[in-house]
Design a protein around this ligand. Structure first.
Ligand SMILES: [Zn+2]
Length: 525
């Protein structure tokens, strides 16, 4: 069993997971839910036509319909070479109250059928469950995890999944993980999976989902993949991946098809409401809308189309991680489904503010890229590359002891003029250099020595100056204690309006020099 991580983008990663049984798949990955009795699209089609090398199936449903002792391995039974994950059936337990399947029985069945990835029986928590009841269920799950240690042999060929419980109660998720993240338990498990998500998604409460994922990520060991049970619509896959979920499963392609619903990456429509088929997948490109709606195979065709859309989204996410611009995809998707924009803003705020997760998030952000980052909307000012520079500059601006401080207000909105000539610095005295700061409406005050770091000179912005991060400059004025500097000089080109400079340096005693020749002005000092 191994999880090789090839590329990070913030908390998101591209990788390859190889199960103990030797099968592998690339991440991020979607596990379509397969029903052993009512499956419209065969596992063979899933793999060889649609390119899904993995799917998930319920232990509970198999045990309900078949005599386990008469079955061969799950791969033989389903005639598939894919990676198969067997869910425990805990979700049915939550829906129907009880199932005739013990936690020991679940493990035995999965071992007997030689699943690649197994899931122990946990006790999920519905959306409307009280805190007291949720706490009880968390305790049940902790007990089952502890029991599993005796039931899972050291030689088990199954890669076992440790479910994460607590539901919408974040403290419970935290205390649950404190109890189950032990060396002894981690020896038996290969995967983590966040549960109790389906009903949060049905209520379109993406903000709660964001909080649940981030709470879990703060505690989880980095080298274990994180699965999201019941991820739902593809429009939210990008955000889930951005928060560090490596795999998802979803039955939405099939459930929506039964309701006549047609997925797109920007929302779902009833097929009868469409004026045309807005898709070029192998299903839609071969038929007219009229033939689609009137086909006797309409539900299967819808399920196939929905899977193509889901697959396309996964491929876009993988490409975006490789390029290091998953942020841009997340922001594009935020406006597609109600509630997702609010959840996306919340996610960004939490990633920027919560200390441990911020460190992990920024450490996963590529230190440089071979293209300029884009600032198209105000929210882009919170991109991790920008936060990284703000963090780097913090140590310098917190600790100024210079008598002379020079602030350069130069054009930061066009791509051509952001670089200061390197020879300028070598021609200046050291004590002068340490007192020179660029006032950047993107990065705040940047010491001139940090000016070459990506992306201080490699970004493009579509914002006007008053839409930019002026609040940061105002806040940093106090941190820098500019009021204590005996000789404060502002050198500005003509791109910075006087009223903005005056506002930023309000109440300070400073001298302003307006010039188009900033560098020669500096050399005079
Ligand atoms: Zn299509």
């Amino acid at each position: 069993m191994s999880f090789e991580i090839h590329k990070w983008d913030g908390l998101a990663k591209r990788g390859k997971f190889t199960t103990k049984s030797g099968r592998s798949f690339e991440t991020p990955a979607l596990f379509p839910v397969v029903h052993p009795k009512a499956q419209r699209i065969s596992p063979e089609t899933l793999q060889n036509v649609l390119g899904f090398d993995q799917f998930i199936i319920s232990t509970y449903i198999i045990s309900k319909h078949y005599e386990i002792d008469t079955l061969p391995s799950i791969h033989e039974f389903l005639d598939s070479k894919s990676v198969i994950m067997m869910d425990s059936g805990a979700y049915q337990l939550m829906l129907y109250g009880d199932v005739e399947l013990s936690s020991e029985g679940t493990i035995r069945i999965q071992e007997k059928l030689q699943t690649d990835i197994g899931v122990i029986m946990d006790h999920p928590i519905g959306y409307d469950v009280s805190f007291k009841e949720a706490k009880k269920r968390v305790e049940t799950t902790v007990n089952r995890v502890n029991e599993s240690l005796k039931l899972i042999g050291d030689e088990s060929a199954v890669s076992w999944t440790l479910p994460i419980q607590g539901g919408k109660y974040l403290d419970l998720i935290g205390s649950y993980l404190d109890q189950v993240i032990t060396a002894e338990i981690l020896k038996k498990y290969s995967f983590f999976a966040l549960g109790s998500v389906v009903q949060v998604m049905i209520n379109q409460d993406y903000s709660t989902l964001v909080k649940m994922i981030i709470t879990a990520k703060e505690k989880l060991p980095v080298k274990f993949p994180l699965h999201l049970f019941g991820a739902g619509h593809p429009a939210m896959f990008a955000l889930a991946a951005y928060l560090g979920c490596d795999t998802f499963d979803s039955a939405a392609y099939s459930l929506m098809a039964k309701d006549g619903r047609y997925m797109t990456s920007y929302g779902t429509y009833h097929i009868n409401d469409l004026p045309d088929l807005p898709c070029v997948c192998p299903v839609c490109s071969k038929v007219t809308l009229y033939d689609f709606i009137n086909s006797k195979d309409k539900t299967t065709m819808l399920a196939l189309h929905n899977l193509w859309v889901s697959k396309q989204e996964i491929m876009e996410i993988r490409l975006a991680i490789s390029r290091g611009d998953l942020w841009d995809l997340v922001i594009r998707r935020a406006n597609t489904v109600p509630g997702l924009a609010r959840a996306t803003k919340l996610a960004i705020k939490m990633l920027c503010q919560k200390r441990r997760i911020r460190d992990l998030y920024l450490s996963g952000t590529p230190a440089s890229k071979n293209y300029a980052i884009r600032i198209s909307n105000k929210i882009d000012l919170l991109k991790p590359e920008i936060q990284f520079i703000i963090d780097r500059a913090a140590g310098f601006i917190d600790n100024i002891s210079n008598d002379v401080v020079i602030i350069l207000f130069i054009d930061m909105t066009s791509t051509s003029s952001k670089r200061l000539p390197e020879k300028l610095l070598t021609n200046l005295r050291n004590e002068v250099v340490s007192g020179i700061f660029l006032a950047s409406p993107v990065f705040g005050y940047i010491p001139i020595s940090v000016n070459e770091l990506f992306p201080t000179s490699q970004y493009t912005s579509d914002l006007t100056i008053d839409e930019m991060n002026l609040e940061l400059l105002e806040k940093q004025k106090d941190i820098m204690k500019l009021q204590d500097v005996s000789n404060l000089i502002a050198i500005s080109d003509y791109t910075w309006p006087d009223e903005i400079i005056n506002k930023l340096l309000h109440k300070l005693d400073f001298k302003i020099i307006k010039t188009d020749k900033i560098y020669s002005e500096l050399l005079k000092i």
